[in-house]
Design a binder for this molecule. Structure first.
Ligand SMILES: [Zn+2]
Length: 175
């Protein structure tokens, strides 16, 4: 079973370690602070990013053709693999669709992908910051103006934002 709570906790610990409390979360700087190099390269359209480990050297390759919000999610997702899955293969290649699988997906899925996504969501959309922004209000997932405003502020896709809000029980309207 995927351990999403542990993944989310690790993301929070990383934010705490570098005293990050404001949006947008500087995800590329975080990677660098961990000694992880981020390289932008033209990858196949259906590949968001790769994580390559060679000895002590860790490189995240990000698809330079993708939207910057998606690139940020990719960096966060690959950082999740780096921190959560030390015994995994030396190369992770992530297809675009992988990033938006919900945890309630039926059928076979790689649990590590769900964990990396949960990590990325918690890293880019810190719970405390989100709750402050929403001032205890519930957000309607169909309220395009509100969703767009928040996604701009956090520099994440509206889809990633909605998934995170649903996970925290802060969004309604999608049943
Ligand atoms: Zn992945």
């Amino acid at each position: 079973m995927a351990d999403l709570q542990t993944a989310e906790r690790q993301a929070q610990q990383l934010l705490d370690r570098f005293s990050i409390t404001k949006a947008p979360v500087p995800v590329e700087d975080l990677a660098k602070s961990l000694g992880v190099e981020v390289r932008y390269q033209s990858l196949e359209p259906n590949v968001s990013g790769v994580l390559v480990r060679r000895g002590n050297k860790v490189v995240i390759g990000v698809n330079s053709n993708h939207h910057s919000n998606r690139q940020r999610f990719t960096i966060a997702h690959e950082l999740g693999h780096y921190l959560l899955h030390p015994d995994s293969p030396t190369v992770f290649v992530d297809g675009a669709l992988v990033h938006f699988r919900g945890e309630d997906l039926t059928g076979p899925s790689d649990l590590r992908e769900l964990e990396a996504n949960a990590f990325a969501g918690a890293l880019l959309l810190p719970e405390a910051t989100l709750r402050l922004d929403l001032r205890g209000q519930y957000i309607d997932a169909f309220d395009e103006v509100a969703v767009r405003g928040l996604s701009n502020r956090y520099q994440v896709s509206q889809q990633a934002l909605t998934i995170r809000l649903m996970r925290l029980g802060l969004a309604g309207g999608m049943r």
